[in-house]
Design a protein around this ligand. Sequence first.
Ligand code: CA
Ligand code: CA
Ligand code: CA
Length: 235
Amino acid sequence: MSPSLGLAFCYTNLAGSAILQQRAEVRRLDAQFRFRVPTGTGADGFTFGVFDVPYHLGASGGYLGCYDNTGTLAGLYPSFAVEFDMYQGGTSGETNENHVAVHRNYGINNYVGAGPSTYVPSFDMEDGNWAYVRISFDNGLISVWMNQTGFNFGPGDLLIDQLDVGDVDVNGNGRFDPFFGYFGFTAGTGGSLYNQIIIDNFMLNVIPEPSSLALGWIGLGSLLWLARRGARPIG
Ligand SMILES: [Ca+2]
Ligand SMILES: [Ca+2]
Ligand SMILES: [Ca+2]
């Protein structure tokens, strides 16, 4: 039986993260997992991201445990995240409560692409059924596939197609350059909550490059839970 990760909590206004404690070069990677949201009152969602530190934890609520709510971090550190957002918040320009988006550098307003809630799955992510996800990243271009039928993704499951994350390494040249980072999940609850966001069948392949550290395929058992008090203070 595959290990599972329970993200989110039976309490409001909390943030959490589970981040692999092994640093690797962020250049090409492939990740897949499935998730479901069985119970709760509807907020907020989670991210799969690349972080500059192994203990990152952002703010709760619509910040999804990933983003900075004070501006202390936003724009300053190499990072990006694919968010699975199931609550329409009032502060980030969202126009729906069921979207996937790519944000960079811990900024809730630093979304990549056409709009903060442009990429809408063909199903309701909080309907309690398993949602299957594949994320691929290739030298700055990120693609996301999703369905509710299984890991055999077809062209119709492609939700985000080679979106350019841009200068996430923050060296100022306007384009992606490889950097070293950490991989994992974050989540947040707000005034409403999900009792659980269950993630399993997680596989990550950080694809080897000459002269770089290869992680190979790893699974969910490698992730480490972090408590709120163990995180970098941002607020
Ligand atoms: Ca969002
Ligand atoms: Ca939201
Ligand atoms: Ca750059």
